[in-house]
Design a binder for this molecule. Sequence first.
Ligand SMILES: [Cu+2]
Length: 166
Amino acid sequence: METQDNPTKRYIIYGLLAIIIGLSGYLYSTDNSERPTSNGSPSPTPTKTSTLTPTVGSVEAAEDIPGEMLNEDQSVKEFTIEAGSFYYTPNMIEVQKGDTVRIIIESVDMMHDFTLDAFGVQTPVTPAGSSNTVEFVADTIGSFEFYCSVGQHRQLGQVGTLIVTE
Ligand SMILES: [Cu+2]
């Protein structure tokens, strides 16, 4: 006769268990949404992982700097000189001491060169229609003759003057 009590108690116990499990499950799930815990025990520090994305760059920017540009824009004094029979145009060029001087000689007939003994400068002999370039540093103040070393061109008047000022 007392066996009827047992099922009732079991239902109550099961019911309580169900409620407890349900509650714990509910708490666990809400807990889970906020912080990941392995087995319900509260983790003291919420694991916040802030990932730092490495910045890739500035390598290409460094490669974009052409080294030759540095010389181009600074103290290079460039002169294009026409060489003919028997003259230079212009036949007088003026620079400042310390300037890097670039001479471009353009030959318009026969063949000519540009010779400047004071600075040890001489272009190759340049046939008509072509050009040659020579570069030097004007490191001495003064007035210096340049001339064409081909044949008798110098004696025939193919000379000019480089003036280097302070
Ligand atoms: Cu000449």
